[in-house]
Design a protein around this ligand. Sequence first.
Ligand code: ADP
Ligand code: MG
Length: 454
Amino acid sequence: MADAPDHVIWDGVLAHLRSSSPTLCRQWFDEIEPMGISNGVLWLRASTEMQQRYLQTSCASPFRDAAQAATGRLLSVEFIGPGEVPPSPKHNGLDQSSNQTRRVVRREAGDDELVLHPDHGFENFIVGPTNRLSYAAARAVADNPGTVYNPMFIHGGVGLGKTHLLQAICHRYLEEGLEGRILYLSCEAFISRFMDAVQAGNLNEFRRQFRDVGMLVIDDVHFLCKMDSSQEEFFHTFNTLYQSNRQIVLSSDAPPNDIPDLEQRLVSRFNWGLVTQIAPPEYETRVQIVLNKAKLRGFTISEDVAALIAARFDANIRELEGALLRVQVHAHVHSVPITLDVAKDALGVAIAATKPRVSVQVIIERVSDFFGVPVPQLLSRKRTRSVALPRHVGMYLSRQLTMHSLEEIGGYFGGRDHTTVMHGVSVIKDLRERDEDLDAAVREIERGLVAAAE
Ligand code: ADP
Ligand code: MG
């Protein structure tokens, strides 16, 4: 194997990786070019610098293990970027100077700078009604940094794509080769750089680092709230960059006005540009996201598998990805193709999947009978406890016994939005643990529904 041509070795390594680390593999791994083995190193050439950096920082050890397993040799793996060639072997008698060895000088990033994920480009961001504005703003900023919206401020809950959009802006900026360095940091890294500078007494150096920056991207600025002195410094950094028309891009879990303990002058500066929100995606967008994520990982799933995942996981996209991973790993471990049944199995949606389907309509009727609250009232806006509690029970049971998403359930319950349904479900979940009577009532209705459906 060791003397096999590069591509044969590489095919073996890839096959090994696909089985040992299925979740790490991406379709673009096919484009990695094997550059031979020299001095105990398997040289692999990535097709972009971004991919090279990502592979080096995030994939080195699984690649090394796969290389060793596939060749039976104690190899290490090095990734080089496009246009680079591996150094020639030490004693091959060739004139080193005539060799076209060229190590591209890479922009040296600080240790704490975030590595861009190759998946997080605009092309992999699925646009829907709940993120359209943020997406459009991010594109505008990437195309015209420093001019259209400065700062750009994206906020939203966890796992909804803020970091993805920030990275997409960075990707675009680097692709365009725009002037000036891009500095992409987490807020914590900004704070700790600042604290280190304070401790070492070289604040001037700290400030200098930001002066030649073409664009500053800081993720999760809500962490600023705790540190007063870093807020002060952030304020000055902001002003310096803003005054010289450098683009500033920020993300946060809350809009500027709702970040606790954020100084008023920062609140007002964050509001100078464009503030956009990302909300949880609706069903159709979730289906598209799941299909796209599977494709990126180099496998395809049917629409009904994507629909199943999208229907069951609707709080955020990280959850969706987690579910897709579970399905992928389950199919891999059992060496079976990803069918709808395999996916159901993997996700443990046995109740809804194997039991006869209960409809939300029937649940509403049962709940109405049981509590003696007429259906129109259950679906009304009335919030008195005698109506709200049965309504919450109905939402809870719909969540447990049907495959509908939160939005769809909200639709059945008089056009309520998904957060209302989520709230109803969690109220009943909590109450069942504390209130025996309610727990018994829910169980009884559930039993009736399941029995009637069988
Ligand atoms: P946040 O920073 O808001 O917590 P992330 O940007 O880290 O969320 O997103 C979590 C995951 O969801 C990432 O893998 C990201 O690629 C994915 N994701 C989020 N929104 C989308 C979208 N609209 N299209 C495709 N993937 C998305
Ligand atoms: Mg994030």
